[in-house]
Design a protein around this ligand. Structure first.
Ligand code: KIV
Ligand code: ZN
Length: 565
């Protein structure tokens, strides 16, 4: 891309001496409005049918959205029919307001009034485009021209609304200066003030002024400056609810909404997972859960995000990407070894400290808060370090490998990921553990054994071990005594060829495999050259598991010697 950029006209930011939004904090949820069924729907390859729209509508209601733009009823029969179905079949809870969109054109406004008959709560949303670009290339008019379109529509709507209000409908108004972000701010304030006048807005009858980034064309800080300036300039701000309607062309929709709220907006129009025209509308899930993770109640319920994602994907036939904040398949997964390690330590810290706060590195939200607690956080590929494989062994299979063994097992797993070139499933990690440690039963094998335990006058236990071992084709007897089974066995093999190791440490615990409970023993030996050797023994008998572990270690060392020579 060496050439081409010269043809783009850069956004010209407002000149602001002072701005107060950077010093503010978001402390409460905005008024939410979903535009899934309108802006989201109009951007689909196959727009939703009535059944799909109904399913998504009920999902939005369950999430707790109280203002839902349900369509453009004057635009098509399906849209009209959907609105009628909602009203006539009683789908709308009393605390939910239906929002309908219409262009600022008389015949469409008339048709829209037909569509809303009988609704309890309605937001009548009309718009026309006001930006310099649209005025120049589409409407061939000036500010006065677009202001007239807006005011004429507002007057007509106000007049037509009176009998509807008299018949019992709670009807409110919303006006969007479409492409607001590309409009001169003084002109936008002038047009919107004229619309407020035409709609008789006052502090008790506030009109929603919805300020879209119809096509996102500037950085979020410039947009926040525009919003702050607009609010300062608008005559009678108390007559308006300031709403944002960010799109996401620069990938900054969420930041635009957040900074716009800091700049004084009260409301946000958004869609689930950011569906919408081109790159989409701003994502309601991300906005809400960003608030949640800052300790602010978002007043929306995303505690079953997977179920919401399923409905969304089924109805819209769109896919939620694996990296989509909070909802993507991979967003709670760590492949990197250092991340896995920190998550592991954070989990232990939370368990041990009993902290009331969420304090796990690399996990900005508790997966349980969005219903994702049963998904694997740690997954293993070639980027995973020593701790990850041990974490899988612990979480999935109940094997609590001693710390000293983590690097060795980590290398075994790493070599396998590099060999196959893909992620390893937990079952494969268990197989590697079994193959490398538990199945290390040659050349030394225990054929028969017995323990005799006696206690002396001072209550000290004394164990005598007698056993038959095999080394390839040679069978031999050993016996020894000690203060416990491990000691006795170690003394028994003293003087044999296997006697080249010092005992360093061991750890034993129970593992249950369904109904079957076994003892697992991890043995740490050191050979004469100072090299550490690990072995693992598994047996129903807790005395036998460590002996199998010792033989596993000795066999592994033997195999390593013979493979390297
Ligand atoms: O993006 C936009 O400007 C719109 C308006 C109709 C509000 O969707
Ligand atoms: Zn839009």
């Amino acid at each position: 891309m060496k050439q081409g950029f010269e043809k783009y006209i850069p956004f010209v930011p407002l000149k602001r001496e002072k701005r107060s939004w950077p010093d503010r904090e978001l402390k409460k949820a905005p008024i939410w409005c979903s535009v899934d069924l309108r802006d989201g729907n109009q951007a689909l390859i196959d727009p939703m049918n009535v059944e799909e729209k109904l399913e998504l509508f009920h999902t939005l209601v369950d999430i707790g959205v109280k203002e839902i733009e349900v369509g453009f009823p004057s635009a098509s029969e399906v849209e009209f029919e959907f609105l009628r179905t909602l009203i006539d079949d009683g789908h709308v809870p009393d605390d939910v307001t239906l929002q309908v969109l219409v262009q600022a054109r008389p015949h469409l406004i008339t048709r829209t009034f037909e569509a809303i008959q009988g609704a309890k709560h309605v937001i009548f949303h009309f718009y026309n485009s006001t930006s310099t670009l649209q005025r120049k290339v589409v409407f061939h008019t000036d500010v006065a021209g677009v202001k007239k379109i807006a005011v004429d529509a507002a007057e007509l709507i106000y007049e037509m609304a009176q009998p509807v209000i008299a018949s019992g409908t709670d009807l409110r108004y919303e006006y969007s200066p479409e492409s607001f972000m590309g409009t001169e701010m003084d002109a936008a304030a002038e047009i919107c003030a004229a619309v407020l006048d035409a709609l008789h807005a006052d502090a008790d009858h506030r009109v929603i002024l919805n300020l879209p980034t119809t096509v996102e064309n500037c950085m979020p800080n410039y947009f926040a400056d525009e919003i702050e300036y607009f609010i300062e300039t608008l005559p009678g701000r108390e007559r308006a609810i300031i709403s944002l309607h960010p799109h996401n062309d620069r990938g900054e929709g969420v930041a635009t909404a957040e900074l716009g709220l800091l700049a004084g907006a009260d409301r946000v129009e958004a869609t689930l997972f950011g569906n919408g025209e081109r790159t989409g509308n701003v994502d309601m899930v991300t906005l809400a859960l960003n608030l949640f993770t800052q300790g602010v109640d978002p007043e929306l319920d995303f505690s079953h995000i997977n179920a919401i994602r399923d409905v969304y994907e089924r109805c819209t036939k769109m896919k939620v990407g694996p990296r989509q904040p909070y909802a993507g398949e991979l967003v709670f997964t760590a492949f990197s070894g250092s991340h896995q390690d920190a998550i592991n330590k954070g989990t232990q810290y939370m368990r041990q400290s009993g902290t009331a706060y969420w304090e796990i590195p690399y996990l900005p939200i508790d997966p349980a808060d969005v219903g994702r607690e049963y998904e694997p956080i740690v997954r293993i590929n070639s980027q995973s370090g020593k701790g990850g494989a041990a974490f899988i062994m612990q979480q999935n299979f109940g094997y609590d490998l001693p710390k000293a063994m983590h690097p060795e097992f980590g290398h075994i797993v790493q070599a396998e990921t590099e060999r196959v070139g893909t992620e390893l499933q937990p079952q494969r990690i268990l197989e590697l553990f079994q193959q490398n440690y538990i199945d290390a039963t040659a050349p030394y094998q225990l054929i028969k054994h017995s323990f005799q335990e006696t206690t002396d006058a001072s209550d000290k236990s004394h164990v005598r071990f007698t056993g038959t071992l095999r080394h390839t084709d040679t069978v031999f007897e050993v016996s020894g005594e000690g203060n416990g089974p491990i000691d006795a066995f170690f003394n028994a093999i003293h003087g044999q060829k296997m006697d080249r190791f010092a005992f360093v440490d061991y750890k034993e615990h129970a593992v249950s495999d369904g109904s079957d409970s076994m003892a697992v023993a991890y043995i740490h030996l050191r050979d004469k050259d100072g090299k550490d050797v690990f072995g693992v023994g598994l047996d129903h008998n807790i005395n036998l598991a460590p002996l199998r572990g010792i033989l596993s270690a000795i066999n592994r060392a033997w195999l390593a010697r013979h493979h390297s020579s």
